[in-house]
Write a protein that binds this ligand. Structure first.
Ligand code: NDP
Length: 405
């Protein structure tokens, strides 16, 4: 029985709050806090109506350590789940250290003024968390998150040495909008407009954004054009599995999405450099975010599925072997269960599972700062099956995108 504080009341925060409330045997008291309290209250009312559970709500600016510290002291949770934005990772880690509680997030820290994704800032907290006897679990969504648990599971049960890893992420859903992003638009657009990168033979190969693409055949969906992007879990995976000769991340985008994105980029709307507008400094990408649909508004009438998985090639008992593990998730089913679309759902459920393991499984509560592949994958894989993200696996399949880069 543990109290949990969830920060962030967007698409993902809503799913985490619903799923924690649905598991009140572990999460005995829940507080949802965010910058805009009205959003927390709306989610709390929905949870009361759908699951008969009362959760508390609060307003907090998570950029200000002292504000979060005050809230933690008042509510006294055992851990904090950060599903606000990556900009808040460090201030929230500081607040956890100051109050002696555990920490979990779903995306690595990014400074607001540079679109740069790397774990160095958060890994630098290793000693402080270890010395305090506290745990910080980083990137516990689907990707990052489950993709690392899948890889650790493959490494433990299927390979003596893993050599090639392709993470493949497809959203074949239709939300009926001309252009919208499935998670925070600002973070999403920063991620895909930066140069792509993949790991090969001990070094990073940088490519022009979206310049490598192929159709990949996704189970239950069919072939979809997929693009090589840099994705943050690659950094920790190649560090923790040094036998990997190549590691890439692929994501699908429809032509309509790419056309809109190209236009927005060409006219300067995706820039994070402030410009003067009517005497004020504004950041074009922040303005764009304000006019695009919010991720938590896309769920109703969203149809189709997501499919995210890992395809791995390596050696077991001296023989070459391939392994594919994946989950398909249906947007409409997620909406029925927790009023969310599948991208928020596939992020929020693993965050709840990570928190559940930290609170109930001694092996999973390890002082220090960790990425998801550094803990025993087996209990996580079991809980995925129990809490709405069942996985499938195939051994020795032909990997459809074994192309040269
Ligand atoms: P949303 O934009 O829908 O929600 C973000 C929430 O954070 C909003 O409620 C926002 O409040 C709140 N927030 C922002 N700044 C602050 C602040 N300073 N203090 C308190 N609250 C704040 O985003 P999503 O729910 O789609 O995404 C949430 C996180 O999940 C992101 O970090 C994203 O990168 C990550 N993610 C991870 C994935 C994974 O698989 N690992 C996949 C998808 C997302 P307000 O409403 O007032 O703006």
């Amino acid at each position: 029985m543990s109290k949990v504080l969830i920060i962030g009341a967007g698409g993902v925060g809503s799913v985490v709050a619903h799923k924690c409330a649905m598991n009140s045997q572990v999460f005995s008291e829940i507080m949802l806090a965010s910058r805009t309290k009205a959003k927390c209250d709306k989610i709390a009312a929905e949870i009361q109506e759908m699951h008969g559970v009362t959760i508390q709500t609060a307003q907090v600016d998570a950029d200000i350590v002292a504000e979060t510290v005050l809230l933690i002291k008042k509510f006294q949770p055992k851990m904090l789940i950060n599903v606000a934005l990556p900009y808040q990772d460090l201030t929230l880690m500081e607040a956890c250290l100051a109050t002696g509680i555990h920490y979990l997030d779903t995306a690595n820290y990014e400074p607001k003024d540079v679109a740069k994704f790397e774990y160095s800032w958060q890994w630098a907290y290793q000693e402080r968390f270890r010395e305090a006897g506290l745990m910080a679990l980083l990137g516990c969504g689907f990707d990052p998150g489950v993709t690392q648990v899948y890889t650790a599971y493959a490494n433990k049960h299927h390979f003596d040495e893993m050599h090639y890893l392709d993470i493949i992420d497809c959203n074949a859903g239709d939300h009926g909008k001309a252009f919208a992003t499935n998670f925070n638009p600002e973070i999403n657009i920063r991620e895909i407009t930066q140069p792509g990168r993949y790991w090969e033979n001990g070094e990073w190969v940088e490519i022009e954004a979206m310049s490598i693409h192929k159709p990949i055949d996704y189970p239950g969906i069919g072939p979809k054009e997929s693009y090589v992007l840099y994705h943050e879990e690659l950094e920790s995976l190649v560090k923790n599995f040094p036998t990997l000769k190549r590691a890439r991340f692929w994501m699908t985008f429809g032509q309509q999405y790419i056309t809109h994105l190209n236009v927005l980029e060409n006219v300067g709307m995706t820039s994070i450099k402030p410009i003067k507008f009517q005497g004020m400094d504004i950041v074009p990408l922040e303005f764009l975010k304000a006019v695009l649909p919010a991720p938590d508004s896309l769920g109703e009438n969203y149809s189709g599925q997501t499919s995210i998985g890992c395809q791995i090639k390596g050696i077991q008992d001296g023989q070459e072997k391939t392994y594919y593990v994946w989950n398909n998730c249906d947007h409409a089913e997620c909406y029925r269960e927790v009023r969310a679309q599948a991208v928020s759902y596939t992020t929020g459920v693993p965050a709840m599972i990570g928190a559940m393991l930290m609170l109930t499984n001694e092996e999973w509560l390890k002082p220090g700062v960790w990425n998801c592949e550094e803990l025993n994958p087996d209990p996580f894989m079991d809980l995925l099956n129990q809490h709405g993200l069942p996985w499938n696996e195939k051994v020795n399949v032909e990997l459809p995108h074994e192309y040269p880069a």
